[in-house]
Design a protein around this ligand. Structure first.
Ligand SMILES: *[C@@H]1O[C@H](CO)[C@@H](O)[C@H](O)[C@H]1NC(C)=O
Ligand SMILES: *[C@@H]1O[C@H](CO)[C@@H](O)[C@H](O)[C@H]1NC(C)=O
Length: 364
């Protein structure tokens, strides 16, 4: 019975969060009204703040609400909302959620490794749109919470994708195993790169499932993989998409979800709600995500479908569409700079899997 209530309550709060949070222009007219709006927002997102923080948080909230309001009045192809990041400053946001300094990690690691090849180099035709969610190759949006483990979420999503494509089985995999065990080059909640994480999974003989090794958003635990049984999903290695080339990236995404790093540090990204994101953002890569498709709006704006790891309430159900095919080679928000994907050629994958179906492969 108790369990039932817990399930019910989390279901209801999920329902509430997914309904979104709107406000009226009138609520911005007086200081008192903005306070009321702030209280309403806190109730909606179940945000609790220490009382000595209340004024500070309110000040930040007011600033962000006005930013959302002003931006949404402009004729931009994307909209903002006062989501659950609405009472943290841009600086706090960057350090908690977009703080994986890719340049720093890349410098420590040296040049990109991997097989050196690009298996999609000779692809000449790709569909005009692809959505791996529709093909069942993408698990539900996850939430890294206040831990800089975006790199683990990006890695795992790409592995979940190729595993589904090769074995026809979608298995949610363990970010926590990477956070706890892939510690030689990656740094748990302090950030990391997807590329060494693919290498780790290969050398480690696979990765555990989300179910057997669940996420706990901290990096204080030791690696527990050896004491955990159950299914292990393997990959054969990883490759890079030739950098700064969205055409090459397109070839890869047409065949599987691809891990990328982006510059997610702007306040518009923090408060993004829907539409095609055209910036502001630079190319200081600080966040790992995964591209799960691409398409074009009715009026011809091309976009990438990007799965984030900030929960389903952010953006379009946890996703953002980022403008595609811009004149700068790095792509919007640097999306074409650091793209890589796991390879899985064989279908002898997870320890429990023996039947292989090729129908997903054949669709492309
Ligand atoms: C498409 O529509 C959006 C939003 O109305 C607009 O900002 C954008 O410039 C349009 N793009 C084209 C190519 O017309
Ligand atoms: C692409 O084509 C070239 C020339 O035929 C060939 O040498 C190369 O191996 C091909 N690459 C792949 C990944 O198949």
């Amino acid at each position: 019975m108790k369990l039932f209530f817990i399930v019910l309550i989390s279901f209801l709060s999920l329902l509430q969060a997914s309904k979104g949070f709107d406000f009226d222009e009138k609520e911005l007219e007086t200081e008192e009204n903005v306070w009321k709006l702030y209280e309403r927002w806190r109730g909606h997102h179940s945000v609790s703040r220490a009382s000595h923080e209340a004024i500070k948080r309110f000040n930040v909230f007011r600033h962000n609400v006005l930013h959302v309001h002003r931006t949404n009045k402009k004729n931009k192809p994307y909209k903002l909302k006062i989501n659950r990041f609405a009472d943290i400053t841009h600086h706090e946001f960057r350090s908690s959620y977009a703080g994986s300094n890719v340049k720093h990690h890349r410098m420590l690691r040296g040049p990109k490794r991997g097989s050196g090849g690009f298996m999609y180099e000779n692809v000449t035709r790709v569909p005009s749109s692809v959505d791996w969610r529709e093909k069942g190759a993408v698990t539900e949006v996850k939430n890294q919470q206040d831990c800089g483990s975006c790199w683990a979420f990006s890695t795992v999503a790409a592995v979940e994708g190729i595993n589904k494509i090769r074995t026809n089985k979608l298995v949610s995999l363990s970010e926590q195993e990477l956070v706890d065990c892939d510690t030689e080059e990656n740094q748990g909640c302090a950030g990391g790169l997807m590329e060494p994480a693919f290498e780790f999974i290969k050398n480690n003989g696979g990765i555990k499932t989300e179910e057997t090794y669940p996420y706990d958003s901290s990096d204080v635990q030791f690696c527990r993989a050896n004491s955990i049984g159950g299914e292990t999903v393997t990959i054969d290695g990883h490759e890079h998409v030739p950098e700064n080339d969205e055409e090459e990236l397109l070839k890869a995404v047409a065949h599987q979800p691809v891990s990328v790093a982006i510059d997610a540090g702007s306040s518009d990204f923090q408060l993004y709600s829907e539409g095609v994101f055209i910036g502001e953002c630079g190319t200081q890569l600080n966040h790992g995500v995964v591209i799960v498709g691409y398409g074009e709006t009715k009026n011809g704006t091309k976009y990438w479908i990007v799965r984030n790891s900030w929960g389903p309430e952010w953006g379009e159900g946890g996703y953002v569409r980022i403008e595609r095919g811009i004149s700068e080679n790095e792509g919007r928000c640097g999306i074409a700079m650091e793209a890589s994907y796991p390879t899985k050629l064989s279908s002898t994958p997870s320890t429990h899997e023996s039947v292989v179906r090729d129908d997903v492969k054949d669709e492309l």
